[in-house]
Design a protein around this ligand. Structure first.
Ligand code: ATP
Ligand code: MG
Length: 221
Protein backbone atom coordinates (compact mmCIF):
# COMPACT_ATOMS: atom_id res chain seq x y z
CA UNK A 1 0.00 0.00 0.00
CA UNK A 2 0.97 3.62 -0.49
CA UNK A 3 -0.72 4.51 2.79
CA UNK A 4 -1.37 2.04 5.57
CA UNK A 5 -2.54 2.70 9.10
CA UNK A 6 -2.52 0.00 11.76
CA UNK A 7 -4.71 0.59 14.78
CA UNK A 8 -3.85 4.26 14.72
CA UNK A 9 -4.89 6.25 17.79
CA UNK A 10 -4.79 9.86 18.78
CA UNK A 11 -6.09 11.79 21.75
CA UNK A 12 -5.72 15.43 22.66
CA UNK A 13 -5.08 16.72 26.15
CA UNK A 14 -7.27 19.66 27.03
CA UNK A 15 -6.68 20.82 30.59
CA UNK A 16 -7.19 17.70 32.66
CA UNK A 17 -9.23 15.94 30.04
CA UNK A 18 -8.19 13.48 27.41
CA UNK A 19 -10.25 13.74 24.22
CA UNK A 20 -10.16 10.66 22.01
CA UNK A 21 -10.08 11.72 18.35
CA UNK A 22 -9.08 8.42 16.72
CA UNK A 23 -9.55 5.10 18.39
CA UNK A 24 -7.94 2.35 16.33
CA UNK A 25 -8.22 3.08 12.61
CA UNK A 26 -6.98 0.52 10.08
CA UNK A 27 -6.90 1.42 6.43
CA UNK A 28 -4.93 0.42 3.33
CA UNK A 29 -4.82 2.65 0.29
CA UNK A 30 -3.11 1.46 -2.87
CA UNK A 31 -1.38 3.26 -5.73
CA UNK A 32 -3.70 5.50 -7.72
CA UNK A 33 -6.78 5.01 -5.55
CA UNK A 34 -9.11 7.90 -4.84
CA UNK A 35 -10.62 7.60 -1.36
CA UNK A 36 -13.20 9.91 0.13
CA UNK A 37 -13.52 10.23 3.90
CA UNK A 38 -16.90 11.24 5.23
CA UNK A 39 -18.22 11.63 8.76
CA UNK A 40 -19.92 14.04 11.11
CA UNK A 41 -18.17 17.04 12.58
CA UNK A 42 -15.79 15.88 15.31
CA UNK A 43 -15.55 12.29 14.02
CA UNK A 44 -11.76 12.58 13.53
CA UNK A 45 -11.34 13.33 9.81
CA UNK A 46 -8.95 16.28 10.12
CA UNK A 47 -7.05 14.53 12.89
CA UNK A 48 -6.46 11.60 10.55
CA UNK A 49 -4.93 13.79 7.85
CA UNK A 50 -2.91 15.79 10.40
CA UNK A 51 -1.30 12.54 11.49
CA UNK A 52 -0.51 11.58 7.89
CA UNK A 53 1.34 14.88 7.50
CA UNK A 54 3.07 14.31 10.85
CA UNK A 55 1.72 17.49 12.38
CA UNK A 56 1.39 15.26 15.43
CA UNK A 57 3.16 11.98 16.00
CA UNK A 58 1.06 8.85 16.02
CA UNK A 59 2.37 5.84 18.01
CA UNK A 60 5.38 4.28 16.25
CA UNK A 61 4.80 1.98 13.28
CA UNK A 62 1.08 2.72 13.13
CA UNK A 63 1.34 4.81 9.94
CA UNK A 64 3.28 3.54 6.94
CA UNK A 65 3.90 5.44 3.71
CA UNK A 66 5.24 3.22 0.92
CA UNK A 67 5.69 0.52 3.58
CA UNK A 68 7.99 2.72 5.69
CA UNK A 69 7.02 3.97 9.15
CA UNK A 70 6.25 7.66 8.92
CA UNK A 71 8.56 8.55 11.81
CA UNK A 72 11.52 7.21 9.79
CA UNK A 73 10.85 9.51 6.83
CA UNK A 74 12.40 12.97 6.84
CA UNK A 75 9.88 15.77 7.20
CA UNK A 76 11.20 17.37 4.06
CA UNK A 77 10.53 14.33 1.94
CA UNK A 78 7.10 13.91 3.49
CA UNK A 79 6.34 17.43 2.30
CA UNK A 80 7.46 16.80 -1.26
CA UNK A 81 5.66 13.44 -1.40
CA UNK A 82 2.36 14.56 0.13
CA UNK A 83 0.56 17.58 -1.31
CA UNK A 84 -2.13 19.07 0.87
CA UNK A 85 -5.05 21.35 0.21
CA UNK A 86 -6.37 22.49 3.57
CA UNK A 87 -9.71 24.03 4.40
CA UNK A 88 -7.93 27.36 4.65
CA UNK A 89 -4.80 27.22 2.46
CA UNK A 90 -1.64 29.06 3.42
CA UNK A 91 -1.11 32.18 1.26
CA UNK A 92 1.66 34.73 1.79
CA UNK A 93 2.13 38.28 0.59
CA UNK A 94 3.40 38.08 -2.99
CA UNK A 95 2.11 37.39 -6.48
CA UNK A 96 -0.08 34.40 -7.26
CA UNK A 97 2.83 32.95 -9.24
CA UNK A 98 5.18 33.25 -6.25
CA UNK A 99 2.54 31.62 -4.10
CA UNK A 100 2.39 28.62 -6.44
CA UNK A 101 6.18 28.24 -6.55
CA UNK A 102 6.62 28.87 -2.82
CA UNK A 103 9.86 30.63 -3.77
CA UNK A 104 11.36 27.25 -4.56
CA UNK A 105 13.85 27.51 -7.42
CA UNK A 106 13.27 23.85 -8.29
CA UNK A 107 9.83 24.74 -9.59
CA UNK A 108 10.16 26.56 -12.91
CA UNK A 109 7.98 29.50 -13.84
CA UNK A 110 6.72 27.56 -16.86
CA UNK A 111 5.54 24.64 -14.74
CA UNK A 112 3.78 26.99 -12.32
CA UNK A 113 2.04 28.73 -15.23
CA UNK A 114 0.87 25.46 -16.70
CA UNK A 115 -0.24 24.20 -13.27
CA UNK A 116 -2.38 27.33 -12.85
CA UNK A 117 -3.86 26.73 -16.26
CA UNK A 118 -4.59 23.07 -15.57
CA UNK A 119 -6.43 23.56 -12.30
CA UNK A 120 -8.52 26.41 -13.74
CA UNK A 121 -6.91 29.10 -11.59
CA UNK A 122 -5.96 31.23 -14.59
CA UNK A 123 -9.54 31.07 -15.77
CA UNK A 124 -10.93 31.92 -12.32
CA UNK A 125 -8.68 34.99 -12.04
CA UNK A 126 -9.53 36.13 -15.53
CA UNK A 127 -13.20 36.43 -14.59
CA UNK A 128 -12.27 39.44 -12.50
CA UNK A 129 -9.59 40.68 -14.90
CA UNK A 130 -6.65 39.47 -12.87
CA UNK A 131 -3.76 37.18 -13.74
CA UNK A 132 -0.86 35.36 -12.12
CA UNK A 133 0.94 38.65 -11.41
CA UNK A 134 -1.90 39.68 -9.07
CA UNK A 135 -0.48 40.58 -5.66
CA UNK A 136 -1.94 38.59 -2.80
CA UNK A 137 -2.25 40.19 0.59
CA UNK A 138 -1.05 38.50 3.75
CA UNK A 139 -3.10 35.29 4.25
CA UNK A 140 -4.73 35.89 0.85
CA UNK A 141 -7.37 38.20 2.28
CA UNK A 142 -8.01 39.77 -1.14
CA UNK A 143 -8.77 36.36 -2.68
CA UNK A 144 -11.84 34.23 -2.37
CA UNK A 145 -11.66 30.90 -0.55
CA UNK A 146 -12.12 29.08 -3.84
CA UNK A 147 -9.22 30.99 -5.41
CA UNK A 148 -6.98 30.19 -2.44
CA UNK A 149 -7.83 26.52 -2.77
CA UNK A 150 -7.07 26.62 -6.48
CA UNK A 151 -3.62 28.10 -5.67
CA UNK A 152 -3.00 25.22 -3.27
CA UNK A 153 -4.04 22.77 -5.99
CA UNK A 154 -1.73 24.40 -8.51
CA UNK A 155 1.14 23.92 -6.02
CA UNK A 156 0.51 20.19 -5.96
CA UNK A 157 0.75 19.99 -9.74
CA UNK A 158 3.82 22.23 -9.88
CA UNK A 159 5.60 20.21 -7.18
CA UNK A 160 4.25 16.95 -8.59
CA UNK A 161 3.43 15.45 -5.18
CA UNK A 162 2.39 11.83 -5.64
CA UNK A 163 -0.06 11.73 -2.75
CA UNK A 164 -2.91 14.19 -2.68
CA UNK A 165 -4.67 15.07 0.56
CA UNK A 166 -7.56 17.43 0.43
CA UNK A 167 -9.82 18.80 3.12
CA UNK A 168 -12.66 20.16 1.05
CA UNK A 169 -13.84 23.67 1.89
CA UNK A 170 -17.09 23.68 3.81
CA UNK A 171 -17.69 27.40 3.42
CA UNK A 172 -19.77 28.51 0.51
CA UNK A 173 -17.99 29.11 -2.74
CA UNK A 174 -19.94 30.38 -5.73
CA UNK A 175 -21.21 27.75 -8.14
CA UNK A 176 -18.80 28.73 -10.96
CA UNK A 177 -15.82 28.32 -8.65
CA UNK A 178 -17.26 25.15 -7.21
CA UNK A 179 -17.43 23.62 -10.66
CA UNK A 180 -13.83 24.68 -11.39
CA UNK A 181 -12.70 23.17 -8.08
CA UNK A 182 -14.58 19.97 -8.73
CA UNK A 183 -12.88 19.56 -12.09
CA UNK A 184 -9.53 20.52 -10.56
CA UNK A 185 -9.88 17.90 -7.81
CA UNK A 186 -10.71 15.23 -10.32
CA UNK A 187 -7.86 16.10 -12.67
CA UNK A 188 -5.41 16.39 -9.74
CA UNK A 189 -6.35 12.92 -8.56
CA UNK A 190 -5.35 11.38 -11.90
CA UNK A 191 -2.04 9.55 -11.52
CA UNK A 192 -1.99 10.25 -7.78
CA UNK A 193 -3.09 8.43 -4.67
CA UNK A 194 -5.76 10.65 -3.17
CA UNK A 195 -7.53 11.04 0.16
CA UNK A 196 -10.27 13.58 0.18
CA UNK A 197 -12.39 14.70 3.09
CA UNK A 198 -15.60 15.14 1.20
CA UNK A 199 -18.41 17.49 2.07
CA UNK A 200 -20.06 17.41 -1.31
CA UNK A 201 -21.92 14.56 -2.88
CA UNK A 202 -20.26 15.32 -6.24
CA UNK A 203 -16.84 14.56 -4.73
CA UNK A 204 -18.00 11.26 -3.30
CA UNK A 205 -19.54 10.27 -6.59
CA UNK A 206 -16.16 10.41 -8.38
CA UNK A 207 -14.19 8.32 -5.89
CA UNK A 208 -13.20 4.63 -5.77
CA UNK A 209 -13.90 4.09 -2.06
CA UNK A 210 -15.68 5.87 0.75
CA UNK A 211 -14.33 5.61 4.31
CA UNK A 212 -16.91 6.42 6.96
CA UNK A 213 -15.63 7.71 10.29
CA UNK A 214 -17.94 7.67 13.27
CA UNK A 215 -17.00 8.40 16.87
CA UNK A 216 -13.24 8.11 16.22
CA UNK A 217 -13.55 4.78 14.43
CA UNK A 218 -13.70 3.64 10.84
CA UNK A 219 -17.12 2.00 10.67
CA UNK A 220 -17.30 1.27 6.96
CA UNK A 221 -15.00 1.23 3.94
P1 ATP B 1 -15.04 18.69 11.13
O1 ATP B 1 -15.97 17.99 10.16
O2 ATP B 1 -15.80 19.63 12.01
O3 ATP B 1 -13.86 19.31 10.50
P2 ATP B 1 -13.41 16.44 12.02
O4 ATP B 1 -14.03 15.13 11.66
O5 ATP B 1 -12.32 16.94 11.15
O6 ATP B 1 -14.56 17.53 12.19
P3 ATP B 1 -11.45 16.55 14.16
O7 ATP B 1 -11.05 17.96 13.95
O8 ATP B 1 -10.49 15.50 13.74
O9 ATP B 1 -12.89 16.26 13.53
O10 ATP B 1 -11.75 16.38 15.71
C1 ATP B 1 -11.93 15.12 16.36
C2 ATP B 1 -12.06 15.36 17.87
O11 ATP B 1 -10.84 15.87 18.39
C3 ATP B 1 -13.13 16.37 18.24
O12 ATP B 1 -13.71 15.96 19.46
C4 ATP B 1 -12.34 17.66 18.44
O13 ATP B 1 -12.98 18.51 19.37
C5 ATP B 1 -11.01 17.15 18.96
N1 ATP B 1 -9.88 18.00 18.54
C6 ATP B 1 -9.48 18.25 17.27
N2 ATP B 1 -8.38 19.02 17.23
C7 ATP B 1 -8.07 19.29 18.52
C8 ATP B 1 -7.02 20.02 19.17
N3 ATP B 1 -6.07 20.64 18.46
N4 ATP B 1 -7.03 20.08 20.51
C9 ATP B 1 -7.98 19.45 21.22
N5 ATP B 1 -8.98 18.72 20.70
C10 ATP B 1 -9.03 18.63 19.36
MG1 MG C 1 -12.08 18.82 10.04
Amino acid sequence: PVIETINVKKSYTVGNNLITALNGVDIKIYQGEYVAIVGKSGSGKSTFISLLQRFYDAPEKTILIDDRPLEEIKRRSIRSRIGVVQQDPFIFRGTVLENIRLNDAQVSEASAVSAAQNVGLTQALRRSERDLSFKCEERGLNLSLGERQLIAMARILAFDAKILILDEATANVDSDTELLMQQAIYSLSQGRTSIIIAHRISTVRNCDYVAILENSRLVEF
